[in-house]
Ligand binder design. Structure first.
Ligand SMILES: O=P(O)(O)OC[C@H]1O[C@H](O)[C@H](O)[C@@H](O)[C@@H]1O
Length: 617
């Protein structure tokens, strides 16, 4: 919407405009950027004064922010409808629409962003041609080739992709048809997927979105190192463990949570008298620890993950495709949907490029610094996990401390969400009226249920009409309180539309990363947490050693926390030692002789059993 049309709708008197311009020495266009609707004369003067002061101080960032703060959302229904029609993006073949009319960007903003978007498009061309788009890790970024192998920069990579897809389809067919059998000669009926982060979130989202009611194989997930959670999954399988295909997914092949999940599942197999290798499948990089284990132990199958595909963009690799195919999901359709969306996102005409439009809206809504959170609300139960999936895709990609030039920028956009209308009953109150720290994304699905099943639960109204009404009502209610929103609409939840949604957001993240000049494809921050966890476990081993020595004495010598810390030579880590002891005591692995964990300095600890062998180890 042009600022000229804004002013023609809400034009204050020209004498008032002249007055503001002359008092504050600002130009017509600067005044035009200051939204006047519903603002008192006093407020307009106050804003103009600040704009003028910032301009004379040469502070353009502040000006940009002030301009933005004072651009309100369009309230005139006709103008709003025009804005809707002007900006509505449609992908005919995919049946996908993008509505950004409820984001208040101005023409000036678009102009300002155009060169940066063109630079982002150029970055994307280079990336797709095989540039080292992940410089910190020295890696290419090739998830777009997975659905368009002809784009891979060389025939070796193209063949790798095509052969893997072929192998995935073949294996899935053979399992589903019963050609590949369980050790006892029956059919595989369940999948137990073991993996975390990018090696779980895509498969979880897609299973929830697309698995049929009665899939050929039903999927379960172990995506944590929570022993109770693992026990629960294994207990739920019970005797069905014998007909369960276990897919262990880890790009690196060394993620501790996944390794633990595998060890726990292997123990369950042993206890049930089953041979794990005959039911185990690995998806991992060639020659990783997991790959070598699977090869040496002779697992049923192994599929590769490629160096140039990141975990959070791996849904279209074997990581996402194998579990999906085993559940009877048409993976070629998923790939086709993603390829069509990628194609649309290659245009350099911003208004025809849905990913660029999304990235642009994110930039506008968050000032390009993540000042607002992205609330994702799919109004469809089957898309429940989309926001969770996007959480990793967006936050791990954009949440970066440094930009590509080494400046500290602390970038990112927080993502959260659940589903509508359910969560209207949880957090819409705050979104509508509370702290204004977000913009919303509605995901709308036009088809309520398969044809022939609908009925009117009141005259003229179906159950799906209510869901539709809730979405539209919430969008309007947020808008009328100046809360911006984007709406992505798909015709139906199909493999094709899900593939397109994944591709749309992957690309939007890549473009946004270029706009803010960061590397979207590494995750250095995650390493810090992993390293710290390793240090805690190393400290725990030292604590155990010290306790063991004291507990092997006659009589047993219970130790205070200070004594343990001193003997570990880790006085500075006393708090962590206390936490280690409290955790071990709660799990009967340490005994408290005196005091209790509520008063840390009072406790004296020993081990129930001393291990003499370890003393001399
Ligand atoms: O697939 P894996 O190597 O086991 O990694 C699983 C996950 O580990 C870390 O948390 C990374 O930050 C994620 O990007 C990755 O998806």
């Amino acid at each position: 919407m042009a600022s000229s049309s804004l002013s023609s709708i809400y034009s204050p008197s020209s004498s008032f405009k002249s007055e503001v311009k002359s008092i504050h020495r600002i130009t017509s266009s600067q005044l035009g950027s200051i939204y006047l609707h519903n603002k008192s004369r006093f407020h307009v003067h106050a804003v103009a004064r600040e704009v003028s002061a910032s301009l004379s101080a040469g502070n353009n960032d502040v000006v940009h922010k002030l301009k933005k703060e004072n651009v309100g959302l369009e309230k005139n229904p006709n103008a709003l409808w025009k804005r809707y029609v002007d900006w509505l993006y449609q992908h005919k073949e995919l049946g996908l629409y993008l509505d950004i009319s409820r984001v208040g960007f101005t023409d000036g903003f678009l102009e300002e962003m155009e060169p940066r978007l063109q630079k982002a498009f150029k970055d994307m061309v280079d990336l797709e041609k095989g540039a080292i788009a992940n410089p910190d890790e020295g890696r290419m970024v090739g998830h777009y080739w997975l659905r368009s192998p002809h784009l891979a920069p060389n025939s070796f990579l193209r063949l790798q992709i095509e052969n893997t897809l072929e192998a995935v389809c073949q294996f899935a067919n053979d399992v589903v048809s019963g050609k590949i059998k369980t050790p006892s000669g029956g059919r595989f009926m369940q999948i137990l997927s073991v993996g975390i982060g990018g090696s779980a979130l895509g498969p979880q989202f897609v299973a929830e979105a697309l698995a049929p009611d009665n899939p050929p194989l039903k999927i379960r997930f172990i995506d944590n190192t929570d022993p109770a959670g693992i026990d629960h999954q294994i207990a739920q399988l019970g005797p069905e463990l014998a007909s369960t295909l276990v897919i262990v997914i880890s790009k690196s092949g060394g993620t501790p949570e996944t390794r633990n999940g595998l060890l726990e599942v292997q123990k369950a197999f042993r206890e049930a008298g089953l041979i794990f290798a005959k039911q185990g499948v690995a998806i991992t990089q060639e020659n990783s620890l997991l790959d070598n284990t699977a090869r040496i132990e002779g697992w049923l199958a192994r599929f590769p993950m490629f160096d140039w595909v990141g975990g959070r963009t791996s849904e279209m690799s074997a990581v996402g495709l194998l579990p999906a195919a085993l559940q009877g999901i048409d993976i070629r359709e998923m790939l086709a949907g993603a390829a069509l969306m990628d194609e649309a996102n290659r245009t350099t005409v911003v208004r025809d490029n849905p990913a660029a439009l999304l990235a642009l809206c994110w930039y506008w809504a968050t000032d390009g610094v993540g000042s607002k959170d992205m609330v994702v609300l799919p109004y469809k139960d089957s898309l429940l996990l989309f926001s969770r999936y996007l959480q990793q895709l967006v936050m791990e990609s954009l949440g970066k401390e440094f930009d590509l030039d080494g400046n500290r920028v602390n970038q990112g956009i927080s993502v959260y969400g659940n589903k509508g209308s359910t969560d209207q009953h949880a957090y819409i109150q705050q979104l509508r009226e509370g702290v204004h720290n977000f913009f919303a994304t509605f995901i709308e699905v036009l088809r309520d249920r398969p044809p022939g099943h609908d009925w009117e639960l009141e005259p003229g109204v179906t159950c799906g009409d209510y869901l539709f009404g809730m979405l539209q009502g919430t969008r309007s209610a947020l808008y009328s309180n100046d809360r911006e929103s984007i709406t992505v609409t798909v015709q139906e939840v199909t493999p094709r539309s899900v593939g397109a949604l994944v591709a749309l957001y992957e690309r939007a993240v890549g473009i946004y990363a270029s706009l803010v000049n960061i590397n979207a494809y590494h995750q250095p921050g995650v390493e810090a947490g992993k390293k710290a966890a390793g240090e805690v476990l190393a400290l725990q081993k030292r604590v155990l050693q010290v306790l063991n020595e004291a507990s092997c004495k006659q009589p047993v010598e219970p130790l205070t926390l200070d004594e343990i810390a001193e003997r570990c030579h880790c006085e500075d880590d006393i708090e962590m030692i206390y936490k280690i002891i409290a955790h071990m005591a709660a799990n009967d692995r340490a005994l408290i002789a005196e005091g209790n964990c509520g008063t840390p300095q009072s406790i004296r600890v020993f081990l129930g059993e001393c291990n003499v062998d370890e003393l001399y180890a």
